[in-house]
Design a binder for this molecule. Structure first.
Ligand code: ATP
Ligand code: PRP
Length: 212
């Protein structure tokens, strides 16, 4: 059987992504309940789900190992590549910000600042557009530690409730962009499996629009 493969992010987007697909008739029950398995076939719909690290969803889709992916716009933007971004799914909403120990007025922005971030491409692009030379330090988590231990002057990271910043004495200096989950499609798959992919895209779109 030739499946349509959908890459889903493990972690905080997983449940909402599976809710969405289940509303579109795709069985996610095994993917929800299984602990270590990574690949799940629904023979009724011809959909294969694969579970990957959130940051890797664009990689699987860009290389054609998945036809469709659901990922945060932060990871899609950071990856770059030539993916089709088909839908804003409206969940996983947060903001990408520059934050530091001083607020807007005090935090601005000395020459040759050190910027800690999980998003080196987005951060570099933001400061390049401001005409500012910075030193980017790539981290993989707990980014808020950077300014607290003298690793960096500021961070570029996600803020949702603001409690991580607050509990670490950091303030938003500027917003880089809004973030939400997106449905992405491999360029070649959209040509070679057009109808099957558009059936899924249209079903997801109808469900998302109903919730708006
Ligand atoms: N408060 C938040 N913090 C981080 N990401 C959020 C938040 N709210 C929504 N998101 C979205 O959820 C996506 C996945 O986040 P998640 O924390 O599951 O993965 P991750 O940060 O890559 O973690 P890990 O490295 O532990 O796998 C992010 O890329 C972002 O689009
Ligand atoms: O504004 P808040 O609601 O506090 O959410 C923001 C925090 O959540 C994310 O971290 P995550 O939980 O993914 O952990 P990480 O440090 O390992 O990236 C993000 O990187 C912030 O640290």
């Amino acid at each position: 059987m030739s499946y349509i493969t959908i890459a889903l992010a493990k972690g905080r987007l997983a449940d909402l992504s599976m809710d969405l697909l289940e509303h579109c008739g795709i069985d996610c029950s095994e993917a929800r309940s299984s602990s270590r398995k990574l690949i799940f076939d629904d023979d009724n719909t011809g959909v294969r789900l694969i579970l990957v690290k959130p940051v890797d969803v664009p990689t699987y889709v860009d290389h054609g190992a998945a036809d469709i992916g659901i990922a945060g716009s932060d990871t899609i933007m950071e990856y770059g590549g030539s993916l089709y971004e088909m839908l804003d799914l409206g969940f996983g909403r947060c903001r990408m910000v520059v934050a530091g120990p001083d607020d807007k007025n005090g935090g601005i922005i000395k020459a040759n600042m050190r910027v800690a971030t999980k998003y080196p491409n987005i951060a570099a692009d933001y400061f390049r557009r401001r005409g500012q030379t910075v030193d980017i330090i790539k981290l993989n988590g707990s980014v808020e530690l950077g300014p607290l231990v003298g690793l960096s002057d500021v961070i570029v990271d996600l803020v949702e409730t603001g409690s991580t910043l607050k509990e670490n004495g950091l303030h938003v200096i500027d917003e880089v962009c809004q973030v939400s989950a997106r449905l992405i499609v491999n360029r070649a798959s959209l040509k070679t499996k057009h109808q099957a992919i558009m059936n899924i895209v249209e079903a997801v779109k109808a469900f998302v629009q109903k919730g708006e």
